[in-house]
Design a protein around this ligand. Structure first.
Ligand code: HEC
Ligand code: HEC
Ligand code: HEC
Ligand code: HEC
Ligand code: HEC
Ligand code: HEC
Ligand code: HEC
Ligand code: HEC
Ligand code: HEC
Ligand code: HEC
Length: 350
């Protein structure tokens, strides 16, 4: 099984590497900082560029991680780790970190690699089974979650992780390694713990992932969207880790035409798309929270025609079919439900 996993990881790495076009050497050392190493960010289509995230410091300034449970330990160097951990080192060799670290180590052999994440290894090498002597990125390894995340944040604080401390995932004791596995290239990008972002989230949020299997859903199961199109798993100021200031701003990123401006607005649309839609999947048409006309009648019930009592007689198959239950229901006439720009559209007819 392990052999198989290794082969899969190597195969994925090979494919990914074949896809990289911009060689590291092609990028120049920046003029204002001549000591900065070439960027290890290989594609403009990667998640980092696509989401405009800050680029972390390079590996040239890497230092040995601080392990409070082994304060007297000293660094022993990657070659010693590799002597006992050859399998892990082989898998690691194909990752973004390893590639950057190799460049940094070639420039300065003192640059720590394994120990920049795992902390100084002398005590662990003497007594490998004692817990806590090496920083383990797991819930069982004896290293406090705080130590684990502080190690990664030493290079990756700020940007999308500004609000990590206090975020729902941090408060629920998640470690970076619950979503990331930097020891092998399991995903095409982002060093995810599973082959894709959606599968990674689904390891815990199975219920949400299953909602996307409902009749109406955005194309996430089809692989065209990811949870991170709407959420920042690293934290944020908003309810439910929403990426933007409001739910509507998130939706407008892709459904820009719903932003307007409209001559005649429909108040609940401006207020919150979730008044009528559910983001993760619905068994109603168009991700609606309830079928038309009941959806509309939750709010419009006391004046004139929306107030009609809908009985069996008035069903499409009844003796006196009501136009509100035929065709597209209320939408047959109020077609511009998100707002209208027509001078005669105050009732959202056109
Ligand atoms: C010594 C500094 C350093 C440490 C420590 C470090 N990283 Fe990185 N990491 C980097 C650099 C540099 C990059 C490359 C960024 C780039 O090219 O844009 C990177 C890239 C990444 C990426 C993006 C990979 C990709 O394919 O886009 C992830 C995810 C990541 N690191 C997670 C982690 C996690 C989790 C930890 C802790 C276990 C960690 N890092 C520890 C420096 C570090
Ligand atoms: C003398 C051999 C030896 C050396 C040298 C060594 N290790 Fe280990 N390491 C082991 C063994 C054996 C285990 C498994 C311990 C166990 O299962 O309890 C282990 C476990 C680990 C773990 C998992 C800990 C956990 O609790 O999950 C990490 C991480 C690790 N080593 C990293 C390193 C790093 C980094 C270095 C170099 C600084 C290193 N090791 C050097 C033998 C070694
Ligand atoms: C960017 C940070 C980082 C670097 C650099 C790094 N590791 Fe790891 N290592 C991790 C994380 C995170 C895990 C936990 C992976 C997981 O979730 O299973 C881990 C897990 C391990 C384990 C436990 C077994 C396993 O595979 O889960 C060993 C052993 C290990 N690393 C050895 C090494 C060695 C040897 C090196 C240097 C060649 C190294 N690591 C470099 C972050 C790092
Ligand atoms: C709940 C899951 C989850 C946790 C926990 C998590 N991440 Fe991430 N991380 C992701 C996902 C998903 C992406 C891809 C984001 C994208 O493509 O927009 C990502 C992207 C990244 C990246 C590369 C892109 C960037 O933001 O620069 C880095 C670096 C990173 N995470 C570091 C960390 C560190 C450090 C921690 C721990 C403090 C951490 N992550 C915890 C899910 C997680
Ligand atoms: C290791 C398990 C785990 C993984 C993996 C995970 N989460 Fe979570 N997530 C939690 C826990 C625990 C909570 C808090 C309890 C709850 O609300 O279910 C939570 C809460 C949330 C919330 C609700 C926040 C709120 O304020 O109500 C969102 C949104 C979320 N996660 C998104 C994601 C996304 C997106 C991913 C993938 C990038 C992800 N999670 C991966 C465990 C996880
Ligand atoms: C189209 C945008 C979008 C996508 C894609 C998306 N979400 Fe959400 N998610 C939302 C919105 C909006 C909320 C509700 C926020 C509120 O109630 O204010 C939410 C709420 C949540 C919550 C907390 C409330 C609840 O329903 O339990 C979790 C957990 C969550 N999402 C996880 C995920 C996961 C995991 C994925 C990927 C499988 C995902 N989301 C994909 C927009 C999205
Ligand atoms: C990352 C882009 C993206 C974001 C963000 C996004 N959507 Fe979508 N949405 C899509 C795509 C793509 C489709 C499918 C369009 C198609 O099939 O023609 C879609 C379809 C829909 C549909 C029609 C579904 C159906 O079954 O016909 C509704 C309703 C919808 N989105 C509402 C929302 C709401 C509400 C939000 C904010 C919570 C949102 N979307 C955020 C990309 C996005
Ligand atoms: C008052 C209820 C209501 C609100 C609020 C609402 N919608 Fe809709 N939406 C509907 C109805 C009803 C349909 C089905 C229309 C149809 O069948 O022609 C729909 C359809 C859609 C569709 C698919 C068809 C199309 O027009 O492209 C998208 C996308 C969509 N809504 C996005 C949004 C976004 C984004 C918001 C927030 C800005 C929002 N909706 C707010 C009622 C609403
Ligand atoms: C969440 C509550 C809510 C829902 C659901 C809702 N509306 Fe509205 N609607 C309003 C509010 C509030 C107004 C503004 C009333 C005003 O300005 O007096 C409004 C205005 C309207 C108007 C313009 C009326 C006028 O007096 O100018 C029409 C037509 C309308 N809605 C039709 C619908 C239809 C059809 C649906 C179902 C697809 C629907 N609404 C769903 C709250 C809602
Ligand atoms: C056959 C076409 C038609 C259908 C179907 C229809 N409406 Fe109307 N609706 C109208 C017209 C026309 C007006 C404008 C009446 C006026 O200005 O006197 C209107 C006005 C309204 C108004 C404005 C307030 C008012 O009482 O004048 C609301 C709210 C409304 N409709 C909601 C609904 C709801 C909810 C449904 C579904 C249960 C619905 N309509 C179905 C044609 C329709």
């Amino acid at each position: 099984m392990r052999m198989f996993l290794t082969l899969v990881a190597v195969a994925i790495a090979a494919l990914v590497m074949a896809g990289w076009r911009a060689p590291v050497a092609a990028q120049s050392v920046s003029a204002e900082n001549p000591h900065r190493l070439p960027s290890t960010h290989f594609g403009s289509d990667g998640p980092v560029a696509a989401h405009g995230f800050d680029v972390p410091p390079g590996f040239a300034g890497a230092r040995v991680a601080n392990n409070p449970l082994a304060m007297d330990a000293t660094p022993i160097g990657a070659a010693t780790c590799t002597a006992c951990h050859s399998r892990e080192a082989q898998n690691f060799a194909h990752t973004t970190h390893a590639l950057g670290m190799q460049v940094a180590e070639a420039a300065d052999p003192q640059t720590p690699t394994c120990e920049t994440c795992h902390g100084p290894g002398s005590r662990h090498a003497q007594d490998p089974t004692a817990k806590g002597l090496i920083i383990a990125f797991s819930h069982e390894g004896g290293s406090p979650i705080e130590t684990q995340t502080a190690t990664c944040l030493g290079c990756h604080s700020g940007g999308p992780r500004d609000q990590w401390t206090g975020s729902v995932h941090q408060r629920n004791e998640l470690s970076c390694s619950d979503c990331h596995n930097p020891m092998a290239r399991l995903s095409a990008e982002g060093l995810m713990a599973k082959p894709s972002i959606n599968e990674t989230c689904a390891t815990c949020h199975t219920d949400i992932r299953q909602q996307f299997n409902r009749r109406s859903h955005m194309p996430l199961p089809e692989g065209q969207m990811a949870c991170v199109d709407c959420h920042n798993p690293h934290g944020g100021f908003n309810n439910a880790l929403i990426k933007t200031d409001t739910v509507n701003e998130t939706c407008y990123q892709c459904h820009a035409e719903k932003r307007g401006p409209f001559l005649f607005e429909h108040a609940p649309v401006r207020d919150n798309c979730l008044n009528c839609h559910t983001p993760h999947g619905s068994n109603q048409h168009a991700l609606l929270v309830a079928p038309v006309p009941m959806l509309c009648q939750q709010c419009h019930s006391h004046v004139r025609h929306p107030n009609d009592l809908l009985t069996a007689q008035s069903l499409g198959t009844g003796a006196a079919p009501d136009e509100r239950l035929m065709g597209r229901g209320c939408l047959s006439c109020h077609a511009q439900i998100h707002g209208s720009n027509n001078p005669s559209g105050p009732r959202l007819h056109k």
